[in-house]
Write a protein that binds this ligand. Structure first.
Ligand code: BF8
Ligand code: SF4
Length: 630
């Protein structure tokens, strides 16, 4: 099967090489060089067998030294490291969710932030038992935000959003003692358990990893997603473009990068301000072009059709084009390398959050009450920087693809409803999708998520796996940098349906969707959890029975480990292309890659081989079908 619509890995390599030549010209350091400098990696670190949680160490486990100074064995050390890895990710996603909750709390009709999706707000208020009758919408917003914020530290009870899961799944969490309590409590307990002299039992540590993960996916991340929708609108399908070629040679290019949409929404707003556009023209540019990198890009693409310049390992490329006036960042996944790199060009590297302070940047603290002024100042700074471009360094590779993005659960239901006219309730239903899977027109689905990692050829794992799945009539839903990998090469172009298997091709054409559905940023993997729950409910089966698997072939961050934990704990087998530093312990590996099946009905599968990964995922989906008798 030929996929000539796609930009090939060779073409991508060529474009990267051109940009690396510019890097060489200006003497800039790039990640490709730093990977070479760091190779080979430390074997103890890679296998998770180094402990430095107290100052008697660091202790490294080997044949000669099978225990740390305190007597902790290899399994305890590997499991503690794994739990800390998870806690880091859960804290990060959840703190993002908290910051959105604060923004919602401060929303007001005449302030910088307003309620956009009041329907969703009222729905959540009802879900949480908050009285809405005859109340001002902003009073409801205030109360919902307060209940949300309380989820972080409430002394008793379990997370409210967990009640969205099917009853059978909630019962599994309860019986396995992993039903999350307050969000912060699970992270704190993880840190407490891994303190010197606390837990060294790998089973207890892995269990807490699941619970801390669940407090992210069914807590902090879900709050980030839902409250962002209330504030900025629930995504619906929208056309955009992706890849480095979205930068414009004759315009002021502003790149938004990071995760929290509160900043980028404001920047997007002021970049469209006629006064700002006029100012850009005055400075010799044709206008202002905003493009995104990483999850911020997913957020603004889904809500405003803002083009996606690239994913995680493409962040240096935007600066290397020599045409980036400003790269504005908030939190997470930002290379500190952008500091020195931007100094080799005219690019302003603007940090905005006290959580992500980076040397060699201009720090403009972004606050809710001064958001408009901050955003205006940033856009102005970028415009004024246009004249400082060095023309001899400007080179924008001509690669870009069309993409349709913005498939929130609500949008997916609406698309399905449009075809069947089976308008059951105001929110729609998953039944048409379930029927298509039951009949075998679609064999199943894969939730493809996660990052780039130089341990794996950039984007190639994401893309090659997707192609194989689509050819086998398996629908692919994506988030995060996986989503951008797909968009960059054209897999989110509706035209790409022509490469799918016959069944999936028919469904895509009938429903009018691309074969790879963009569900958002990494916090939006919570959307995937709701999707899986709704499918299970509409089908009348348990989540672990659905022909659905998760996959993070190029993952790198702590957040991805937290995600993996909650996806598996939700009953979805998850395939990883990079090992989570657990290979040092047979016991920990045993829990993660098989034992979890007994606890939660799903486990991790780790395999670096691309062909093996796709074959195993397809087999898994077919096994699930067989077990269901379909
Ligand atoms: O949260 S996929 S590299 S950008 S961690 Fe980061 Fe990974 Fe990208 Fe978004 Ni997610
Ligand atoms: Fe070593 Fe134990 Fe301290 Fe870890 S906690 S550094 S294994 S002594």
């Amino acid at each position: 099967m030929s996929w000539e619509l796609l930009i090939s890995p060779e073409e991508v390599d060529k474009a990267n090489q051109e940009l690396l030549q510019t890097a060489e010209k200006v003497g800039a350091d790039t990640w490709q060089q730093r990977v070479a400098n760091q190779t080979p990696h430390c074997g103890f670190g890679e296998s998770g067998t180094c402990c430095r949680i107290c100052s008697m160490g660091p202790c490294r486990i080997s044949k000669k030294a099978p225990r740390g100074i305190c007597g902790c064995d290899i399994h305890g050390i590997v499991a503690r490291n794994y739990l800390r890895f998870t806690a880091g990710g859960s804290a990060t996603h959840s703190d993002h969710g908290r910051s959105i909750a604060h923004t919602l709390y401060n929303a007001s009709p005449d302030g910088n932030y307003k309620v956009t999706d009041s329907e969703k707000l009222l729905r959540i208020a009802k879900e949480w038992g908050i009285e809405t009758e005859n109340k001002d919408i902003y009073d409801v917003a205030h109360e919902v935000a307060l209940v949300g914020l309380n989820e972080y530290g409430k002394p008793f009870g379990n997370l409210l959003f967990t009640q969205r899961a099917p009853k059978a799944r909630q019962a599994i969490w309860e019986s396995q003692d992993i039903l999350p309590r307050a969000i912060d409590r699970e992270v704190s307990q993880a840190m407490h358990m891994t303190h010197m002299g606390c837990s060294s039992d790998p089973e207890a540590l892995v269990r807490q990893s699941l619970r801390a993960g669940l407090s992210d996916g069914w807590g902090g991340s879900m709050m980030g997603t839902e409250f962002s929708d209330i504030l900025f609108g629930t995504p619906r399908p929208i056309d955009t473009e992706a890849n480095i070629g979205v930068l414009e040679e004759d315009m002021v290019n502003i790149i938004v990068h990071g995760h929290d949409p509160s900043l980028s929404e404001m920047i997007v707003f002021y970049a469209n301000d006629p006064e700002m556009i006029a100012y850009a023209k005055e400075q010799g540019a044709k206008g202002i072009n905003i493009a995104g990198v990483c999850c911020t890009s997913n957020e603004v693409a889904m809500r405003h059709g803002i083009p996606m310049a690239g994913n995680f390992l493409a962040q240096e490329n935007v600066v290397l084009t020599g045409a980036c006036e400003a790269i504005v960042v908030d939190v997470q996944c930002i290379f500190p390398a952008l500091g020195p790199l931007s100094k080799c060009f005219h690019t302003k590297f603007i940090t905005t959050s006290p959580i992500a302070r980076i040397p060699d940047s201009d720090f403009i603290e972004f606050k809710e009450d001064t958001a408009a002024e901050n955003a205006k100042a940033i856009v102005k700074m970028a415009i004024e920087n246009f004249k400082n471009r060095k023309p001899e360094l400007v080179h924008i590779p001509k690669q870009k693809s069309k993409a349709t993005v913005g498939y929130s659960v609500e949008a997916i239901k609406k698309c399905l409803d449009g075809v069947t006219n089976s308008h059951v309730d105001e929110l729609g239903t998953m039944k048409p999708l379930v029927d298509a899977v039951k009949s075998g027109v679609i064999r199943g689905a894969v939730a493809m998520v996660g990052c780039n990692n130089p341990k794996v050829r950039q984007d190639v794992y994401h893309i090659e796996l997707m192609k194989k799945l689509l050819e086998n009539d398996i629908l692919v839903v994506v988030t995060g940098c996986s989503a951008q990998a797909a968009a960059k090469v054209g897999l989110m172009d509706k035209e790409a349906a022509k490469y799918c298997g016959e069944g999936l091709k028919r469904v895509c054409r009938l429903v009018g969707i691309p074969p790879v559905l963009h569900m958002g940023s990494c916090v939006d993997i919570s959307r995937m959890m709701v999707l899986a729950s709704d499918i299970a409910k509409d089908w009348g089966i348990e989540i672990s029975e659905i022909p659905l698997v998760g996959c993070a072939p190029e993952w790198m961050s702590e957040k991805a480990v937290s995600i993996g934990n909650y996806v598996v704990a939700t009953g979805i087998d998850t395939f990883l292309g990079v090992d989570p530093y657990t290979k040092g312990s047979e016991q920990v590996k045993g829990f993660l890659q098989s034992g979890l099946k007994r606890w939660v009905g799903a486990n991790f599968i780790v395999n670096q081989d691309l062909d093996m990964l796709s074959t195993m995922m397809i087999e898994h989906i077919e096994e699930k079908r067989e077990a269901l008798g379909i």
